[in-house]
Every structure is written in structure tokens, then in C-alpha cells.
Ligand binder design. Structure first.
Ligand SMILES: Cc1ncc(COP(=O)(O)O)c(C=O)c1O
Length: 374
């Protein structure tokens, strides 16, 4: 099957680009002397997760307990659930642990430790716990210099059922960068903040076995991870228009596209309508700090080459509105034309689909099914 014959909108994974992205990060981790624990939330797909480790079920990071269950059934034994744990889901964590999964969870508040400790104690299981540190992303995690971190870590260390795996951070603010030199500065800060936290805890007598960092931007530029033990990039498998715009990859490395069909053509108004809307691409506004006119993704031909003069200007649920400049460009793309869109955020776009068509060039060679739900 040719990608132009797929029922649209269709998610397409370019096998060669995927393979190069996976090999690149594996080599990088080896060169930097750190364990690779990729975040599989980008694809949620067993086939890709195995290839991230060169064909084996190595350590992974997940964003949902549904992923934890599915990857455990596929033979993955060492999993970090990297979203703050809701107290009501501690029992699920305990039962995954009892079933033999080596599951690590994140905490950044004493109440979360209390809930987890009570469940682990009642169920008689040991749970691995990471102290989440906020290195500048301002989403979750303890203040690296405040009193909560050492308090939480000491509370975990005192529990007979919880085991402190280490400290973990995600430099979400790397996505505010405009180029590789800015990303490199965030990467150094991410590492330095974590080494300072580890040092502070160790001086307080707390054993900190692991220091875990990593976003795709920071891991694509970092050249020194002394003191760090593992990295957790996720998006690097597919990459996307956002990563290309901030300089963490080249456009030609993006491995995930959405094939769409032109279903409306208004050349006199310089407008086309695609059958891929927010439910195929997500509504991520993209790297507007770098390019205010970036639109909702890069419009390409089926060969993957960007088409000049076309901007995916807006999305509604099932419509993608493309504006052409000059208007006449739209006349060359009649109804029925297939296009390929590189989304702003491949993790969110991929999550819109229940299957990925795997392509060798423009030929579909396989189909992979991702995990869905929570
Ligand atoms: C805790 C955590 N670790 C790792 C990642 C992976 O980062 P990226 O998507 O930049 O590769 C994320 C992404 O949100 C995350 O939340």
C-alpha cells in the first residue's frame, strides 16, 4: 500500500528516520555514560520501545498506569511512572509491584509519601520512589533549595516499605528556548541543579543512588552529564515541527507525519480545507516564540518535502484550514490531493490515533497499535 492510498487522516511513521533517531540517542547515552530510560508516552507502542533499547525490553518511563500495565505484559520489568501519583491509585501501584513489576513512582509532597507508605505497608510490598525536583519548568517538583525536598526524602528513607530510588527532574523550560546555545544553557542548569540537590541530600545523610534528567531538547545538545546516572528523553523518536524550530533537530529528522486529504478548495480566497483537524493533529499552538506564523504544523507533499506558500492557519475538530500565499498556490492542489503534515507536537498528534502506519519511504510495510487510556 502506498501512503497516498491510506484512509485519511492517517498517522505515518517513517521507519528509516525513526531508526536513525533511536540509534542516535542510544549512542549518545552510551557516550555520556548514562542509562537510557526513554519516556514512551510519545508513541505508547511496544515495537518502538523495544527498538529504543536495540531490541530488548529495557528500562522505560511511562505517563499512565495503562502504559505501565501494557508494557509490563509485553515483558518490560523496570518502569518509572513519571506523573504525580493520585492517592486513589496507590493500590494499583502496589498490585503492579506484587505482580513482579519493578515500578518507580514520583513524589514531591509529604502527603503523597504518607498515602503511598500506608498502601505499601497494608499490602506488604516495597515501592521505589523518586523525589521530583523542579529545575525551572515550574510544573511539578520540590524547590531545589527549599526545605520540602530533604523532608520528603528523609520521610521516604525512614519508611520500611518505600525505597528512595533517587532524584528526578524534567527541564520543561527547554521548550522556551530559541536555539541550540540557549538549550545548552538549560541542559547545564538542569544537571547543575540536580547535582546540587543530590549533594545537599547526601550531606544530610540520605542515600541518593540515582540522578535522572532529560528532555529531548536538552538531551539533543548536552555534552557533559557528569554526576547524572540516567536520561529520559521521549519526543526524540518522532521529533516534530516544534523541535525543529527551536533547533533541537533538523526538519529532515522528523519521523511522524499525518497524511490528510484536501476536502475543500477555494483558490480565489487562497484557502484549502483538509480532513485533518484538532482530532488528528492536536491543537498545540507550536513554537510561536520563534515563529509567530508557525501555524499548526508544516505542510508537505507526500514525498515529505515542505510545500512553499502554504500555512496550516487554524483547526477545528475535523477541519484543517490551509491558507495559500499567493492565493493561486491553492489552485494546484485540487480536492482529493493528499498532503503530509509534520505536527507541532508529535506526542499529542500520535495520541489521536489508534494505529500507526509504518512506512519505508512512501510504502506502508507494517502497522503498530499504541496503548490508549489511563
Ligand atoms: C517527567 C518527564 N520525563 C521525561 C519527559 C520527556 O521529555 P521530552 O518530551 O522532551 O522528550 C517528559 C515529557 O513531558 C516528562 O514529563
Amino acid at each position: 500500500v502506498h501512503i497516498g492510498d491510506l484512509r485519511t487522516p492517517a498517522a505515518v511513521v517513517d521507519l528509516a528516520r525513526l531508526g536513525a533517531n533511536l540509534a542516535g540517542m542510544r549512542e549518545r547515552a552510551a557516550r555520556l555514560g548514562v542509562r537510557l530510560r526513554p519516556h514512551v508516552k510519545t508513541h505508547k507502542c511496544v515495537e518502538i520501545a523495544r527498538e529504543q533499547h536495540g531490541g530488548r525490553a529495557g528500562p522505560i518511563t511511562v505517563s499512565t498506569l495503562a502504559e505501565a500495565r501494557a508494557f509490563a505484559s509485553a515483558g518490560f520489568r523496570d518502569v518509572t511512572y513519571a506523573v504525580p501519583l493520585a492517592p486513589g491509585r496507590c493500590a494499583e501501584v502496589a498490585s503492579l509491584g506484587r505482580a513482579g513489576l519493578d515500578l518507580g513512582v514520583l513524589v514531591d509532597h509529604p502527603d503523597a509519601v504518607d498515602a503511598l507508605d500506608a498502601t505499601a505497608r497494608a499490602e506488604g510490598v516495597r515501592v521505589r520512589v523518586w523525589l521530583k525536583v523542579d529545575c525551572g519548568g515550574n510544573r511539578c517538583g520540590v524547590d531545589p533549595e527549599g526545605p520540602v525536598g530533604p523532608g520528603v526524602a528523609a520521610r521516604v528513607a525512614r519508611s520500611g516499605f518505600l525505597e528512595l530510588a533517587g532524584i528526578l527532574t524534567h527541564a520543561g523550560h527547554a521548550y522556551h528556548c530559541r536555539d541550540r546555545s540557549e538549550i545548552a544553557a538549560v541542559a547545564r542548569q538542569e544537571r547543575d541543579v540536580m547535582l546540587a540537590v543530590a549533594d545537599r541530600l547526601r550531606r544530610a545523610g540520605i542515600v541518593v543512588p540515582e540522578v535522572s534528567v532529560g528532555s529531548t531538547p536538552t538531551m539533543s545538545v548536552v555534552d557533559d552529564l557528569t554526576g547524572v546516572t540516567e536520561i529520559r528523553p521521549g519526543n526524540y523518536v518522532f521529533l516534530d515541527a516544534f523541535q525543529a524550530a527551536i533547533g533541537s533537530c533538523r526538519a529532515a529528522e522528523c519521523a511522524f507525519t499525518v497524511v490528510a486529504t484536501v476536502v475543500g478548495s477555494y483558490p480565489e480566497a487562497g484557502r484549502l480545507v483538509l480532513d485533518a483537524g484538532a482530532l488528528a493533529l492536536s491543537k498545540d499552538p507550536g513554537p510561536t516564540h520563534v515563529d509567530p506564523d508557525c501555524g499548526f504544523g508544516r505542510v508537505c507533499g507526500l514525498d515529505g518535502e515542505a510545500l512553499e506558500g502554504l500555512r496550516l492557519a487554524s483547526l477545528s475538530q475535523e477541519h484543517g484550514i490551509v491558507l495559500a500565499t499567493p492565493a493561486g498556490v491553492a489552485a494546484g492542489l485540487p480536492i482529493g490531493t493528499r498532503l503530509r503534515i509534520v505536527p507541532n507536537h508529535s506526542c499529542l498528534a500520535a495520541a489521536c490515533f489508534d494505529r500507526y502506519h509504518v512506512a519505508d519511504g512512501e510504502r506502508v510495510v507494517d502497522e503498530w497499535r499504541p496503548v490508549r487510556g489511563w
